[in-house]
Structure formats: C-alpha cells, structure tokens
Design a protein around this ligand. Sequence first.
Ligand code: C2E
Ligand code: MG
Ligand code: MG
Ligand code: MG
Length: 287
Amino acid sequence: LAKENGHNYFQFFVASVDQEIRERKQLEKDLSVALAQNQFHLVYQPQVNLATHRIIGAEALIRWEHPERGLIPPDHFIPVAEMNGRIVEIGQWVLDQACAQASLWASNGMPLRIAINLSAVQLRQESIVDDILDTLRRHNIPAGRLELEVTETSFMTNLEEAVDKLKRLHSAGISIAVDDFGTGYSSLTYLKRMPVQHLKIDKQFIRDLLVNEEDTRIANTIIDLGKSLNLTVVAEGVETAEQEYYLAQRGCQLAQGYFFSKPLKPSEFERFVESFHRSIAEKTLGH
Ligand code: C2E
Ligand code: MG
Ligand code: MG
Ligand code: MG
C-alpha cells in the first residue's frame, strides 16, 4: 500500500510540477504581449505626513489586467518578469507613465512627489542612470520630485556598482528609499554606504502594531534608527487610527496604508487629495 501511495504521490508530484511549468510558460507568453496590448496601468497610493496631515506624494503601483484571467497582482508576475528580464521594459514603462502623470498633476497645481519601485534587475542595467535622468527630462520633471524604492536585495549582488549608480541618481536630486526594510538581509553597512534618505517599515511589522509586542519593538527600533541616521521613516500598511496615532507620536514622519486610502486610479486619486486636504483644513479651522 505504501508503495502504491508513493507511486500515486510521485505521479501527482510530476503532474503538478508539469502543470506549474505550463502555467509559468503561459504567464511568460502573456507577459510578452501585455505591454504592446496596453494591459498595464498604474494606481497611486497617497503618502501622508503624519505631523501636518498633508499628502506629500504617492507611490505608483503597477496593475495587470489580463484579458482572460482578470487582475493579476504584481507579487505574482513581477518575480517572473524579473527572472526573464522582461522587467526592464516594464519598469521603463512604469517610469514613463508615472512621470507623465506627475507632470500632468504639477500643471494642475498638484506638484506631488512620485515614488516608484525599482527592481534589482533594473538597477543592474548599465544604462539605468541615464535612462532615468532622460525620462525625467523628457517629461520636464524636477529630479526632486522622483523617489526610487529599492529593496535590500538590490545591494547584495554588486554593492560597488549599486552604490555608484544610486549616488549618481541621488546627486542629480532623486531621493532613494529602502522598501520593505527589515525583511531582507538588513545590514547597517548598506545604510552607511548607500545614499539613502528614506526607510520604509514593511507592512508585516505594522499589521500587528500595538497587538504584538515584538512587532511594536521592531517598528520602534526602525524609527529610532531613522532618527539617529537622519533618515525619514515611512510606515507602510497603516490600517487603523490607533496605528496612525502611535506612529505619529513615536516620531515616524510619513505613512501610507488603507487607513488613508487604497492605491487609486489617477482621477480617483485627484478627488481623494482634494477632499482629504479640505477635511483637514475644516478640522483646523474648527468647523
Ligand atoms: P511594495 O512596494 O512594498 O508595495 C506595498 C504593497 O502594500 C502594495 O501591494 C500596496 O497595495 C499594499 N498596501 C498598501 N497599503 C496597505 C494596507 O494598508 N494593507 C495591506 N494589507 N496592504 C497594503 P501591491 O500593489 O500588490 O504591490 C506588491 C508589490 O509588488 C510591491 O510591494 C512591489 O514590491 C511590487 N510592485 C508593485 N508595482 C511595481 C512596479 O511598478 N515595479 C516593480 N518593480 N515592482 C512593483
Ligand atoms: Mg514600494
Ligand atoms: Mg514595501
Ligand atoms: Mg513589498
């Protein structure tokens, strides 16, 4: 019986690996036409200054509307695009699209900073610094209005090269954030050597903030680290008023999360910014 089960298991295993490979190949095939067929769009999540309650910027997040399968989350297809290199052109599209949006918003009196996620694979490209600076110029966006979010893994493969590129980007005026801080191979060496200005506390530490003592201590530690290294700390995944209040009084400067807003399409985002600022103004005036 054991043998039989083993046999069945083996067949099942082979069948599921086979299935997985087929799905993966299909996904790669679909990805290869997604750009040309306009299946991507960006959504924007507001970043709020916890002291002034002003929206200071937005993180651009990619969405893939698959013609048959519907919305496919980035966590599902970005790793695939990173493995086959497709992320390079997708990433350039994101940059272009986000800059076009930022330029439109600026001309409508909404000069917000836009943060985009830069993949480690993109950062490894020889031409990445020029590509980014060219894109800013093409859209007439001051470099100070762009923030690049990189993860700690970006620093691992070729530290010298990553340092050099980020330094060039930073000296042009672009700000650099470490995304998902605390989940990768965090090393204080990176923080010391990298021209980094922002630390983003990963949402896994915020989810159970004030409920789980360890998560609370980790968040506190990141805030304190930011303070002592003179880095702005951004909390991601803020979902409750309690979390917002705690982070604000603990000295975390910026936050984003469903408590303020989900990532929004451009027109929804504009309406959100207006109503958010109107309601804050009314509160301050005591209405
Ligand atoms: P990330 O950059 O860490 O983005 C934060 C993720 O948390 C986003 O998921 C956002 O929608 C989600 N989020 C924001 N607030 C909350 C909250 O209050 N609660 C919860 N539970 N989640 C919240 P999303 O949009 O699915 O993106 C997932 C990841 O995919 C991103 O993580 C980023 O690593 C990657 N990604 C997204 N867009 C791009 C892109 O244009 N380029 C690259 N290279 N990666 C991207
Ligand atoms: Mg991010
Ligand atoms: Mg993150
Ligand atoms: Mg993440």
